[in-house]
Ligand binder design. Structure first.
Ligand SMILES: CC[C@H]1c2cc3[nH]c4c(c3C)C(=O)[C@H](C(=O)OC)c4c3nc(cc4[nH]c(cc(n2)[C@@H]1C)c(C(C)=O)c4C)[C@@H](C)[C@@H]3CCC(=O)O
Length: 262
């Protein structure tokens, strides 16, 4: 998505990565104003998400899940200054891509995201709502005696956990487009070796203060543990800032990139 400025002049190129069950579609309210403001903006569908037609029940490996992003990043020319933006568990994908494509990435931005630090010990996920309530539905694609192959939030919980502050139109849109996530592949999110070069890339955290899924206190802990170079707080945002507060989020993205040395 988005237009190209052409030539070899630097172009700021936002690349958006969705969280579990979502897809490139969820960024539509950000891509539109970014392109209108002269940036390039692309959102990716990870394997089994959005219109990537792979069945999530066949995706067992984190690298397989992330492959569409890796292909995209490897094709982006060097004069594009890539701003990699990840939402929720998509933060794990962003950290993995940061380690693989360190030289190509100018900034990483985590929105209500798991800010996986390369080389850190496994994050404590005991605060996750995942498991707290029976909000998930699992598919056992290899048989009931084997671990589940995909996970999906039950429809009746989505308004509260994903979209409590978002317009109902977006909840309806999401109900048509969400797809089960490959649960075994997601297990790979916290396994990254130390990477001192990746540590040097400017890192931004955007906290969602009215988040019913990824508790704001847990987000604070991530920020304390691995302090970013910039921190923004979306006071009125639910877990899905791209729906609930797109205009403020757009303003924060612009402010964040204004600190880049190009
Ligand atoms: C429980 C199985 C698997 C997992 C699934 C999962 N995680 C999130 C979702 C799903 C289906 C979401 O919908 C949410 C999201 O991406 O919303 C768009 C998820 C989050 N996961 C987070 C952190 C996190 N997840 C895991 C592990 C898993 N998630 C299992 C493999 C870990 C680790 C290290 O094990 C961590 C740290 C958050 C960023 C969000 C919100 C989750 C919450 O607070 O409940």
């Amino acid at each position: 998505m988005g237009g190209d400025g052409g030539g070899d002049a630097p172009i700021i190129h936002f690349v958006f990565v969705h969280g579990a069950c979502h897809g490139g579609w969820c960024w539509y309210k950000l891509i539109t104003p970014l392109v209108a403001a002269g940036f390039k903006a692309t959102s990716v569908d990870l394997t089994g998400a959005g219109i990537n037609l792979t069945d999530s029940n066949t995706v067992f490996d984190f690298d397989h899940y992330n492959q569409p992003l890796f292909s995209l990043l490897s094709e982006i020319p060097p004069h594009h200054k890539i701003i990699l933006v990840g939402h929720s568990i998509g933060g794990g994908t962003v950290s993995e891509a940061l380690c693989k494509f360190t030289d190509k990435i100018s900034m990483v931005i985590y929105i209500a995201a798991e800010m996986v630090q390369p080389g850190s010990t496994s994050p404590n996920n005991s605060n996750m709502t995942v498991g707290e309530e029976d909000i998930w539905e699992f598919t056992y694609g290899e048989g009931a005696d084997k671990p589940p192959t995909s996970i999906f939030m039950k429809e009746e919980f989505r308004r509260h956990y994903y979209y409590s502050q978002s317009p109902l139109e977006d909840v309806t849109l999401a109900s048509k487009l969400l797809r089960p996530a490959p649960v075994r592949a997601l297990n790979g999110i916290d396994k990254l070796p130390p990477n001192p070069e990746a540590d040097k890339v400017p890192r931004v955290y955007i906290k969602t203060a009215k988040d019913n899924l990824f508790h704001p206190m847990y987000q604070d802990r991530l920020v304390e543990k691995w302090p970013p170079s910039q921190l923004y707080i979306l006071e009125d945002s639910d877990h899905s800032a791209f729906f609930s507060v797109p205009t403020t989020l757009f303003a924060y993205l612009l402010r964040a990139v204004s600190f880049l040395q190009i």
